[in-house]
Design a protein around this ligand. Sequence first.
Ligand SMILES: C[S@@+](CC[C@H](N)C(=O)[O-])C[C@H]1O[C@@H](n2cnc3c(N)ncnc32)[C@H](O)[C@@H]1O
Length: 230
Amino acid sequence: MNDRRLLACAALCKPGRAVDVGTDHGYLAIHLVKSGICESCIACDINEAPLKSAERNILDAGLSDRIETRLTDGLDGIGGEGITNVIIAGMGGELIADIISRAEWLKTQRVNLVLQPMTKWDHLRQYLWGNGFTVTAEAPCAEGKFVYSVIQAVYSGERPTEDCDLSYLYAGLVTAETPDGREYLLRQASRLETVGRGLISAGKEEEAQKYINAAEKVRSRLEVKGWNVR
Ligand SMILES: C[S@@+](CC[C@H](N)C(=O)[O-])C[C@H]1O[C@@H](n2cnc3c(N)ncnc32)[C@H](O)[C@@H]1O
């Protein structure tokens, strides 16, 4: 597999058993087992067609005895089973947060969550922040013309009393250590500025300033090496 985004997800997984939610083609599940990162995997999807394609690819890879497939919505009907990792990649941040919120066992088993939102990253980071999940790492990753950040999190039960900073909601723990990290920070700062400019046009000066300040804060990470918000 040479998909940089999925490789970044795999690099944040821990040994044991994984669930790949929304597996589609099954490439990540196959890579996790084939490369020895995980011993076994449950590859699930809400739709029959992608699950069939995953089943074909798993069979071709000779891994049907170690990767099982399940047709299900999110993590419904899955739980326990010695699961150490749950990966939810390639979906919107709101859907990812919704899937996590419906699976209480993720909390009691302190499962390693590997989350890769395509959109609404701010919603997902806010959800994690307010619901006792600690972000333990982020891996920025450029793939084609897009730049993503893969979020690793675990339930800790800690709920910070302070409000989550807007710059954190957009840029998480990403630092300027790598070219992908720098590109992610630049793009997130630019997104914050775009929202800010829209708010200025709408006459919402005070709200706009929050976005402009957050953009500056994200940009400052490009100057201060190793800066971290949490
Ligand atoms: C864009 S693909 C991402 C595939 C793969 N995870 C990746 O990152 O390359 C999204 C997949 O998630 C599946 N999906 C969407 N909503 C889902 C849900 N609620 N539960 C499980 N799978 C879902 C879709 O059927 C599709 O196969």
